[in-house]
Write a protein that binds this ligand. Sequence first.
Ligand code: PEP
Length: 207
Amino acid sequence: MASRKFFVGGNWKCNGTGEDVKKIVTVLNEAEVPSEDVVEVVVSPPFVFLQQVKGLLRPDFSVAAQNCWVRKGGAFTGEISAEMLVNLQVPWVILGHSERRALLEKLSDWTNVVLAYEPVWAIGTGKVATPAQAQEVHDGLRKWLQSNVSPAVAESTRIIYGGSVNGGNCKVLAAQPDVDGFLVGGASLKPEFVDIIKSATVKSSSA
Ligand code: PEP
């Protein structure tokens, strides 16, 4: 078993209606995927559907918000604070996505952080990084963590790849030693998201 559990995130972005959400969740709930000790699956619907998805989704998958406000709550029209997400028991949030370029404060605790490398040219374009390109950058990021944070954080932090991941290219990417999972946009709205989740077995069978 790899020491870092494979992580697959589905970023639904600004897509869907209540009916679409039900359909996507039904596909996920009916899917046969590797067990929770092999892969961690997190889907990120738009804020307005978070509670609905949380209520309908199978218990071995969880949800993420697509962003949150960097400060405490207050007079900030339209923002959603981290406290609100905690209050609604939303355990994950995507921060600093290139489509938002939000502020990212310096981190003091890396325990619950999953780092995503997403080349901007690959997001939503159908142009995916080669496995060698992804591995090179992930390796560089892990070395950065090693020198700038700690060897323990470098070893335990999951570094996931995002940018035009689909059912056809996920396995070769997953086979790279420093690719610990994926952040998936477009394909997370389709049934092939299940194949991407299943690519976690590339890791568990090679360990
Ligand atoms: C993303 O939005 O983070 C993303 C990687 O999108 P896509 O998979 O559609 O390229």
